[in-house]
Ligand binder design. Structure first.
Ligand code: ATP
Length: 297
């Protein structure tokens, strides 16, 4: 008897030994190496306001994973818990564990977490407005030795051509799209293993968003950088990610490959704006749609 194909796309001999992969596996549990793992994480602000209520998620190496959810679901709080930025907002991880490559990040300050390889691109493109483009990029590399900085700048400019053209311009005068490119370029300068992007599409024109997302995909493909993408725009996130989590009220309510989320009727109605007949619903209709979501019932 010859080898057989398992449901996860692996080709196995009759004794079960692994011979090869016929197609890429997209189930998170099949991808062996996780860069990041959150287990039953609770986060409180001001010691009392419970915002994350036992959140668990995993990000496999080299993948783009999306974290979706409406306003106030707790997406930014999740990223801040990982990057150590919670402390500056009187927030704390009160339960659970956050691990990078199996090592706990508890009690590390944000600079240590950057040194370990996690870089968060904060919502709203926070850049140093009064510095020029290149100075901003160099600031992203402050945790690293100076030897390879020139090469790293060239890598960033090869992804983001407008930044090269405007390398000596004051960052505050860049367009919104260029500022988002700068914020991501600054993350690349730290040579992170994991970049966390908080709403990169926020406030940008659709064409610019498309351009930036294509670059994010290229960075992931060419440099193998793992990406955790937080987005309210489910269409965008699901077109980019190989696995997605949906958050509501501080918990994960649904997860799976994009196809699984797209098939879910609640995702279609509340996040993709489609009716049961496949028509697009206006935001106003969705807002006033009172039926309780199926995953909560
Ligand atoms: P958005 O897309 O609007 O940023 P989000 O999913 O990222 O939403 P968070 O910003 O994480 O959500 O907020 C989750 C909840 O935590 C909200 O109810 C918010 O009011 C609360 N929250 C956020 N930051 C603080 C803070 N510093 N102190 C107290 N409560 C906070």
């Amino acid at each position: 008897m010859g080898p057989f194909g398992a449901t996860d796309g692996s080709l196995r001999a009759t004794d079960g030994s692994f011979l090869g992969q016929m197609w890429p596996s997209t189930r998170v549990e099949d991808l062996r190496k996780f860069v990041l793992r959150l287990t039953n994480v609770e986060v409180r602000y001001d010691r009392v306001i419970l915002v994350l209520k036992g959140l668990s998620l995993e990000v496999p190496e080299g993948q783009i994973v999306a974290l979706l959810g409406a306003n106030g679901a707790g997406k930014s709080t999740t990223l801040k818990a990982i990057s150590g930025l919670l402390k500056s907002e009187d927030g704390e991880v009160s339960e659970g564990t956050i691990e990078l490559d199996g090592q706990s990040l508890a009690d590390l300050d944000p600079a240590d977490i950057v040194r370990r390889g996690i870089f968060q691109v904060i919502e709203g493109r926070r850049i140093f407005q009064h510095l020029n483009v290149e100075e901003n990029l160099l600031a992203g590399a402050h945790t690293r030795a100076r030897k390879t900085l020139k090469d790293d700048l060239q890598v960033v400019y090869s992804y983001f051509a407008p930044l090269k053209t405007r390398r000596l311009s004051t960052a505050g005068y860049l367009s919104g799209g260029e500022q988002q490119m700068l914020a991501i370029g600054r993350a690349l300068m730290a040579r992170p293993r994991l970049i966390m992007l908080d709403e990169p599409s926020l406030g940008l024109a659709p064409l610019i968003v498309q351009e930036i997302l294509e670059i994010i995909q290229r960075i992931n493909r060419e440099s193998g950088t793992t990406i955790l993408l937080v987005e309210q725009n489910a269409h965008l996130a699901l077109s980019l990610a190989s696995y997605a989590y949906l958050m509501e009220n501080g918990r994960i309510v649904l997860e799976g490959p994009p196809s699984r989320l797209r098939e879910n009727q609640d995702v279609q109605e509340f996040y993709l704006g489609l009716t049961e007949l496949g028509e697009h619903r206006s935001y106003r209709d969705i807002k006033h749609y009172k039926r309780r979501k199926r995953w909560l019932s």
